[in-house]
Design a protein around this ligand. Structure first.
Ligand SMILES: NC(=O)c1ccc[n+]([C@@H]2O[C@H](COP(=O)([O-])OP(=O)(O)OC[C@H]3O[C@@H](n4cnc5c(N)ncnc54)[C@H](O)[C@@H]3O)[C@@H](O)[C@H]2O)c1
Length: 428
C-alpha cells in the first residue's frame, strides 16, 4: 500500500517534470522557428516562406517532399552498413568509411530528377554538392538536406566555369520541358554546350567520372521503333525543339571527344519520359498536365489526334539506372526508360479513370515536330547494368496524383502550361 502511494506520487512528480521540460522545448522550438523564418539557405530546415507562397503552402510541400523521401527512398538504404540519424529532418543517412565515401557533384540537383538523385546519394552516405541556377529547379526540393554536414548547395550557372574538388559528376543541368527550354533557346544551347564543356573540363582536371543525362530526344521523330542506342535519330536541326535535341546531341559528341582525346571517364544516359512527385506543375508535359487538369475536372487537352505514343518511367527507376550506369564499367550511351507504351489518348483516359475525374478530353492543334512514337529498347541496360524498371505506371501515377492533389488542396487552382514557350513560374 505504502509503496503504491509512494510510486504514484513519484510518477505525479515525474509527469510534472516531463510537462515542464516539454513546455521549455516547445518554447525553444517556437523561438527557433521564428528566428529561422526567412527561408534563407543558411537558416535551413523547414519553415520560412518564399515569395508568393503562404507558410501553409510551403509547409505542405515540405511535408509532401519529406514523406515522399521517407516512403520512396528509405527502402534503398544500403544493406550491411551502420547508419545513424545525423539529419535534422529525421532521415537516416548511412555511414560510409572514408575509402567508400565520395564527393559527388550533381548539376541541376534542385530539379525534379536531380533532387531524387541527391536523396539517394545522401542516404547512401556520400558528400553531395548541388550546383543549380534555379531556372526550373526549386530550393524546396533539396531544402531538407540544407543543414546536413554532407550537403552543399551552390547557386551557379554551368555556363560559367567553376573549380571544385569532386570524385563523380552527374551532369543534369538543363531544362527538360519543351515550353521551358524553348523560352530562351539560345540559353538552352549554351547550357548544353558551354555547360557540358565546363563540366568536362572540371572532370578532366580532377579526374572525376562524369555522367551526362542525355535524352530520347536525340532520336527525334524516330523511324525505328522501339529505339535502340545504335539508331542515329531523325532530328529537325532548325525546328523549335532543336535547341534541346541538338544541344544534347552535341553534348554527347563532346563527352566522347573528351574520352578519346583526354581520357576522361564518361557515361551517357539517354533518358525517356520520366514522372513522379516534385515535377514542376507548370512544365507543360503530358503527365503533370493531365493529372492537374483531371484533378480540377477541367478539360484534358491533347495536342494532335492523340495517337502519338509515349512510354513513362517512374523517377525512382531512373535514379537506380543512373547510379548503376555511373558505377558500372559500361561507357557507351544507354537508354533508361520504361518500354510500357501508351497512346496519348489511352493515357489521358487512364488518368481520368484513376482520378475519378469528370473532365472532358479535348483535342487541340498538334505541336510542331512532336515525335509520333517513343519507346526505349532497354536490352543494353538489362545486359550491362542488370537494370529494368520496377515500378509499374499505375503505382507511379498513384504517388504522383497524391502529390499533385496535396499541392492543389493547399495552393488552390493551377492553370497548366500549354505548348508555347514560357518562363517557368515560381511557387509550389
Ligand atoms: N524528366 C524527363 O523526363 C527527362 C527526359 C530526358 C532527359 N532528361 C534530362 O534529365 C535532366 C534533368 O531533367 P528534369 O526533368 O529534372 O528537369 P528540371 O528542369 O526539373 O531540372 C533541370 C535542373 O537544371 C537546372 N538548370 C538549368 N539550366 C541551368 C544552368 N545553366 N546552370 C545551372 N543549372 C541549370 C534547373 O534549374 C533545374 O534544377 C536534364 O538534363 C534533362 O535533359 C529528363
Amino acid at each position: 500500500m505504502h509503496s503504491i502511494a509512494y510510486s504514484s506520487s513519484s510518477s505525479r512528480n515525474r509527469n510534472l517534470m516531463i510537462g515542464a521540460v516539454c513546455a521549455v522545448v516547445l518554447f525553444l522550438l517556437v523561438l527557433n522557428q521564428n528566428s529561422l523564418g526567412d527561408g534563407s539557405l543558411s537558416g535551413g530546415g523547414y519553415g520560412g516562406s518564399s515569395k508568393g507562397l503562404s507558410t501553409s503552402q510551403e509547409q505542405l510541400i515540405n511535408n509532401l517532399v519529406k514523406s515522399e523521401v521517407e516512403n520512396a527512398l528509405l527502402s534503398h538504404m544500403p544493406k550491411n552498413t551502420n547508419s545513424k540519424k545525423t539529419s535534422d529532418n529525421g532521415l537516416q543517412v548511412a555511414e560510409l568509411s572514408e575509402s567508400k565515401r565520395m564527393r559527388i557533384l550533381v548539376t541541376g540537383g534542385a530539379g525534379f530528377v536531380g533532387s531524387h538523385l541527391v536523396d539517394r546519394l545522401m542516404m547512401a552516405g556520400h558528400e553531395v554538392i548541388v550546383l543549380d541556377n534555379f531556372f526550373t529547379g526549386r530550393k524546396k526540393n533539396v531544402m531538407h538536406w540544407v543543414n546536413h554536414p554532407n550537403f552543399q548547395l551552390i547557386s551557379h550557372d554551368v555556363v560559367e566555369p567553376i573549380m571544385l574538388e569532386v570524385d563523380q559528376i552527374y551532369h543534369l543541368a538543363c531544362p527538360a520541358s519543351p515550353p521551358h527550354y524553348q523560352y530562351n533557346p539560345v540559353k538552352t544551347i549554351k547550357t548544353s554546350t558551354m555547360g557540358t564543356l565546363n563540366m568536362l573540363g572540371l572532370a578532366k582536371r580532377v579526374k572525376a567520372r562524369i555522367l551526362l543525362t542525355s535524352t530520347s530526344e536525340v532520336y527525334g521523330d524516330p523511324e525505328v521503333h522501339p529505339q535502340p542506342e545504335t539508331y542515329w535519330g531523325n532530328v529537325n536541326p532548325i525546328g523549335p525543339r532543336a535547341c534541346y535535341d541538338e544541344g544534347k546531341r552535341v553534348a554527347e559528341t563532346m563527352m566522347y571527344a573528351y574520352q578519346k582525346q583526354s581520357k576522361v571517364d564518361v557515361r551517357v544516359a539517354r533518358i525517356f519520359n520520366t514522372f513522379g512527385p516534385r515535377m514542376h506543375p507548370n512544365d507543360g508535359r503530358v503527365v503533370s498536365n493531365f493529372i492537374i487538369q483531371a484533378l480540377q475536372d477541367k478539360d484534358i487537352t491533347i495536342y494532335g489526334n492523340g495517337e502519338q505514343t509515349r512510354s513513362f518511367q517512374y523517377v525512382s527507376d531512373l535514379v537506380e539506372g543512373l547510379i548503376r550506369l555511373m558505377n558500372g564499367d559500361y561507357d557507351q550511351p544507354t537508354n533508361i526508360g520504361n518500354p510500357d507504351e501508351y497512346t496519348v489518348n489511352d493515357f489521358s483516359k487512364y488518368i481520368k479513370e484513376l482520378t475519378k475525374s469528370s473532365s472532358v478530353i479535348k483535342h487541340l492543334e498538334a505541336t510542331a515536330d512532336d515525335p509520333r512514337k517513343r519507346k526505349p529498347d532497354i536490352s543494353v541496360a538489362k545486359r550491362e547494368l542488370g537494370w529494368e524498371p520496377k515500378v509499374d505506371v499505375k503505382t507511379g501515377l498513384a504517388k504522383t496524383i497524391e502529390y499533385f492533389a496535396g499541392v492543389l488542396d493547399e495552393g488552390g487552382e493551377i492553370v497548366p502550361t500549354g505548348p508555347d514557350a514560357t518562363k517557368p513560374k515560381g511557387g509550389y
